[in-house]
Design a protein around this ligand. Structure first.
Ligand code: UDP
Ligand code: MG
Length: 342
């Protein structure tokens, strides 16, 4: 970015949960990366480790790291809030011009970071790191991940990249925008897509976890997928319409066939049956339609209650010498950013 002075500050944000076996490797790699960024790429560097309520000695390791290296800061959550919340905390605390988040298990290789920074220098606000291959991941995880991305892309209007995890670079302005979305159920990948701005991507091979085991068991993955679908799509609320139309269509057809058989072919029918079925169809359909209608309102209330800003400005142009106008997207509404930042 041209407006940033010579030495932009890079914040490396790493959420850690029970990562004791991985921390020595992480520490070595992060130190090497920070040295390279400072010495070879003309950047300042800050490392932010967020301990998401670990029960092992992760925090002791983080504290030791902060004592040895002035560039390192550690933050500890009061309990395990989950990866997305830990990442949010890191994003709130990061002070860099460029913010990059990595996994503690080194599955996101640090050697891609300089390439991401080069894309940012070329003008991108968000640089996604897209996985080319995923070593050491089960066929089941690959299949469910691919199914999930297809589904969420179909159901949602937000630009959610397939094969991009949370390994990404964000510019200061895109992160400031993201930090204004204070919704509780956070699916950050989708929120980044919603924020917009200029995006670019780099490609990398996803490595195996350096040590320890995954902290994303199937149950947590399902919860994240549910958050993603419910936060970014109102389709589930519209299911009532689909049920109303398809079920009542089906039963109306059945009723019609029965009536034709009765009148045209004189087939015997229990007295009162057609009127009974017709009543059931009418009430059933009316019920489902009303539920769908309620869903429409509940959906809109849900969108409103999230208090996301209505829009975000990308750029303001004015004549040289004129004061640039303020951002009408945030007209000083109290609570626009949700809860106060720590
Ligand atoms: N993580 C976290 N809180 C959690 C679960 C995971 O902070 O409740 C961190 C974890 O320490 C790691 C990152 O999120 O740095 C990704 O987790 P993991 O590597 O276990 O997920 P996977 O790569 O297997 O999907
Ligand atoms: Mg991992």
């Amino acid at each position: 970015m041209t407006s940033i002075a010579h030495r932009p500050k890079v914040s490396l944000v790493v959420p850690c949960y029970n990562e004791e076996p991985a921390i020595p490797h992480l520490r070595r790699e992060l130190t090497a990366l920070a040295d390279a960024l400072v010495n070879q790429h003309g950047c300042e560097c800050e490392i932010l480790l967020v301990d998401d309520g670990s029960r092992d000695r992760t925090w002791e390791h983080i504290r030791a790291f902060t004592a040895d290296d002035a560039r390192v800061r550690g933050a500890r959550l009061s309990r395990n809030f989950g990866h997305q919340a830990a990442l949010t905390c890191g994003y709130d605390l990061a002070s860099g011009d460029v913010i990059i988040c990595l996994d503690a298990d080194l599955q996101d290789p640090p050697n891609v970071v300089p390439e991401m920074i080069a894309k940012w220098r070329a003008g991108a606000d968000v640089v996604y790191a897209i996985r080319k291959a995923r070593q050491g991941e089960t066929a089941f995880k690959l299949f469910t991940a691919s199914l999930f991305y297809k589904l969420i892309r179909k159901l949602s209007a937000a630009d959610i990249r397939e094969n991009s995890g949370d390994f990404r670079l964000m510019s200061r302005r895109s992160l400031d925008a993201l930090n204004r979305l204070r919704e509780r159920q956070r699916f950050i990948r989708g929120m980044v897509g919603w924020v917009g701005y200029r995006t670019d991507e780099v490609h990398y091979e996803r490595l195996e976890r350096v040590a320890g085991v995954t902290k994303y068991p199937f149950r947590k993955m399902l919860l994240l997928a549910a958050d993603a679908i419910v936060s970014f799509s109102r389709f589930p609320l519209k299911l009532a319409y689909w049920c109303a139309f398809s079920l009542s269509g089906l039963f109306l057809a059945y009723l019609l066939v029965s009536l034709v058989r009765y009148f045209a072919f004189n087939t015997q029918m229990v007295p009162g049956w057609p009127s009974l079925i017709a009543t059931i169809i009418a009430f059933g359909a009316a019920n489902l339609l009303c539920v769908g209608l309620l869903g429409e309102y509940v959906g809109r209330i849900y969108e409103e209650i999230k208090q996301r800003p209505i829009y975000l400005l990308q750029e303001v142009v004015s004549r040289p010498g004129d004061a640039p106008p303020g951002n009408p997207g945030s007209p000083g509404i109290p609570g626009n950013s949700g809860e106060p930042r720590p």
